[in-house]
Design a protein around this ligand. Structure first.
Ligand SMILES: [Zn+2]
Length: 290
């Protein structure tokens, strides 16, 4: 499928870059390709594409959606929510991990399908870029990375909470990959047990990012340092992230389908991911600064 706004090459190249730097495994052929939605935990469903993740959180007072994928994924997210038996018109809250097109370009479509009073919560730094349709990203320049803007209704700071119908999510500003990259944590129930879910924004150092003395944006190196410290401190039992490849979506899905109800409970995998990403960050920092 040709995606005129970004082009296959741009999308695949960027995804491959994100992937190589953070997970070391092969990226799916089409990261925006359709993927069958499914239940991860009692309150949590996967509604994203083959690699570009989106999540549905179900509460007594309506639905919460995290991330819209890129432009072709937006309608898939809406269709996936319907396929699971939920009404998109009850989406009350939209959240975002970060402003890159592969997580934010589909938000406008999800917002159109949502409740008229839906509220979009985002960090100050990334929210300003989503409000400008991707313009203002410190690294991804050019039209192929821009998209339909969505203006945040509420700006979240580090440690702020977002609540709906008995569910509370906490925002952790984990900058570096983008200035306002946001990791979301919240409790879910898996096989009758309460578990802490963590939707990791991204820890990737994209090829071309400058660290140390010269930076892609001022403060980027310190942001990564703080983010790694944060991720190592936060409970991460149900490990999910903005890309399926970060947490082995396809492998865990296969285990879940084979009857392993807690296939997504993976604190060791979460820690190993953070450690791998940090090692890559330190390698880059050293390479660029001697
Ligand atoms: Zn990104």
């Amino acid at each position: 499928m040709i995606r005129p706004r970004f082009g296959i090459l741009g999308t695949v190249a960027l995804t491959a870059a994100v992937f190589v730097s953070a997970s070391g495994r092969a990226a799916p052929d089409d990261p925006a390709g359709p993927y069958k939605p499914f239940k991860i935990a009692d309150q949590l469903y996967y509604v994203g594409a083959s690699d570009y993740s989106s999540y549905l959180i179900v509460t007594k007072a309506g639905l919460i959606v995290i991330d819209g994928g890129d432009k072709p994924v937006g309608p898939q997210v809406v269709a996936n929510i319907k396929a699971l038996g939920f009404d998109p018109r009850t989406i009350k809250i939209l959240l975002n991990t970060h402003e890159h097109f592969d997580h934010a370009a589909g938000l406008a479509e999800v917002k159109r399908a949502a409740a008229p009073d839906v509220k979009f919560y985002a960090s100050a730094a990334d929210g300003a870029i989503v409000a400008a349709g991707g313009v203002g990203d410190p690294f991804l320049k050019g039209e192929r990375f821009t998209y339909e803007p969505v203006k945040p209704d509420v700006i979240v700071k580090d440690g702020d909470t977002v609540s709906l119908g008995g569910m509370t999510l906490t925002a952790h500003i984990t900058g570096g990959h983008t200035p306002g990259c946001t990791t979301w944590t919240f409790p879910v129930t898996v096989a009758g047990k309460t578990r802490q879910a963590l939707d990791l924004c991204s820890a990737s150092v994209l090829p071309g990012y400058k660290l140390g003395k010269t930076e892609t944006y001022p403060g980027q190196t310190a942001d990564y340092e703080r983010s790694f410290a944060t991720w190592k401190k936060l409970p991460c039992e149900v490990f999910i992230a903005s890309h399926g490849q970060f947490f082995d979506l396809h492998e865990k899905r296969a285990k879940l389908d084979a009857g392993k109800a807690d296939a997504f409970v993976d604190p060791a995998g979460c820690r190993a991911f953070v450690d791998r990403a940090e090692a890559h960050f330190r390698d880059e920092l050293k390479k660029q600064n001697g």
